[in-house]
Design a protein around this ligand. Sequence first.
Ligand SMILES: [Ca+2]
Ligand SMILES: [Ca+2]
Length: 243
Amino acid sequence: MRQKTNQLSKNYINKPMHTAYMHKSRSYMERIIGLLVMIVVASSCGNTEPPLREKDGFIMVEAENFESPDTSDVRRWYVIDSTFSKNIQGFNNNYYSSSSKGKYIMLLPDTRVTHDDTLVAGLNFSNEPGKIAIIDYPIYFENPGKYYVWVSAYSSGTEDNGIHVGINGQWPESGARMQWCKNKNQWTWESKQRTDEQHCGVERQIYLDIPTKGLHTISFSMREDGFRFDRFALSKEYKKPEN
Ligand SMILES: [Ca+2]
Ligand SMILES: [Ca+2]
């Protein structure tokens, strides 16, 4: 016992050995810290979804994979699937089973269902893009240029069939007033722009210009509440996406 105590005191007062121990200890701590940093970086990478990527002039995106910068708006996009059970005005049916991946999004509440319901600009209708219920989709583009925007929507009336699309916080005229008229009560791909002359929309007028190779944010905003949105596609060709 005495011998051990003596040995400990000897080590304690033996400066070169003590310094060596400190160096060894610091080196060990540095390795631990380095390891912890690697674990944190690895886990954060694991939690980060890789960005959506355009390929060969085409990309298709599930609408339910949106990012929402503002959930406090007068209208909100709700993800509708087999588990949705909220009681919100205007939601009285569920079309998830026929939607892609069993999910779609819907703008609720829906207070203007028929033409006789009161239109309140800024509440259940917005002819101005980028004002209400904006949702974002960051997408990496290999090939910049002009892309037609196609959206698969489910319209069951005359007041649930309009939406706007924009890019990087800008809302160009070529993304305003996407419109659906035909094929009610089924998921329908469309790429038409409503105009004063053509209420059912004009082909080839809904498009976005992707300015550079790299990451850009594609956004949608409300035109009419009650809009049901399953997925969208950006395509250099004006061609209806295949289901
Ligand atoms: Ca509506
Ligand atoms: Ca979907």
